[in-house]
Design a protein. Structure first.
Length: 295
């Protein structure tokens, strides 16, 4: 089992455990705030479990029906989860406004404080682990999951501070104010994930500095007269590159192939922390005008 799947399973187990504890404490204490947090944790569990299934599917090898594999499932999950997180942010904002309007109060503060401290510690270590996995694997699903639990950590922390402040001041409106702040942060963070995922689904080209570096690598070889049809796109876990290299007509196919292999190797070495799918077409003359006419 790879690191991404282990991270998804770990997140699912933690979310389920937190939901169970919050449900029990919420029922015993009669705290609506804790019960609402339990429902949020149960949704976290469902999302993390779904992410595990998506990772399992996206890691499958290409087949005759899907020649480029299933990596876009990660981007699709990024859009869905980002939309879900944005929805949570809007819902929190709505509930906060209602609390201000109805002047609702929180009961059983001590038990609520205890469970939030416990949830805070569990979520903190989970976020650290997911952040490590996201940076190492560059998985959009794990990055989305990490954002989700960062939001949970912030929510738990603010809820804890809120309960403590209410305990000492008896100003219950503080709960709603923190809720509004959290909702704005959550919504804007979710839109960043959605934007990134959509760029994968729309086959956005690689960053300009990467394309420029690839062009420099190609131009360094004096045997190459010119090149054209340089196209790139990025998926969550792999970069795609295709290009036509123009050689002198009398060069042997063996030498041209060796040069193209050398260029491919240099690209992989330059960006050694990323996976590549490189397709190089060898041309004995510049046929880009003919290519445009055929398109």
């Amino acid at each position: 089992m790879n690191l991404e799947k282990k991270a998804a399973i770990t997140a699912s187990i933690c979310a389920f455990f937190l939901a169970l504890v919050k449900f029990i404490v919420g029922i015993l204490s009669g705290s609506v705030a804790v019960l609402s947090s339990a429902i949020d944790s149960m949704m976290d569990f469902a999302l993390s479990a779904f992410n595990f299934l998506a990772l399992k599917k996206s890691s499958q090898k290409p087949n005759e029906n899907y020649n480029f594999g299933f990596s876009k499932i990660e981007a699709l999950m990024g859009v869905l989860e980002g939309s879900f997180i944005a929805g949570i942010g809007i819902f929190i904002f709505y509930q906060s406004i209602l609390k201000i309007y109805h002047k609702e109060e929180i009961s059983d503060l001590n038990l609520g404080i205890f469970v939030m401290i416990f949830a805070l510690f569990v979520t903190f270590f989970l976020v650290v682990f997911l952040n490590f996995v996201a940076k190492k694997t560059k998985s959009l699903i794990i990055e989305s999951d990490c954002l989700h639990y960062k939001n949970d950590f912030l929510t738990n922390f603010c809820a804890l501070i809120t309960l403590i402040l209410i305990h000492f001041t008896n100003f219950h409106i503080i709960d709603a104010i923190f809720g509004i702040i959290i909702s704005v942060y959550t919504t804007f963070s979710a839109f960043k994930i959605i934007k990134k995922a959509l760029s994968f689904l729309m086959d956005a080209a690689l960053e300009e500095h990467k394309v420029k570096k690839i062009c420099e690598i190609i131009k360094k070889n004096q045997e190459i007269i010119s090149f054209h049809e340089l196209k790139t796109r990025k998926a969550p876990n792999i970069n795609y590159l295709s290009v036509h290299l123009v050689f002198c007509p009398i060069i042997s196919l063996f030498n041209a192939h060796q040069i193209s292999d050398h260029i491919e190797e240099n690209i992989r070495k330059t960006f050694d922390d990323e996976k590549w799918d490189i397709q190089i077409h060898l041309d004995p003359y510049d046929d880009q005008d003919a290519e445009k006419e055929r398109q």
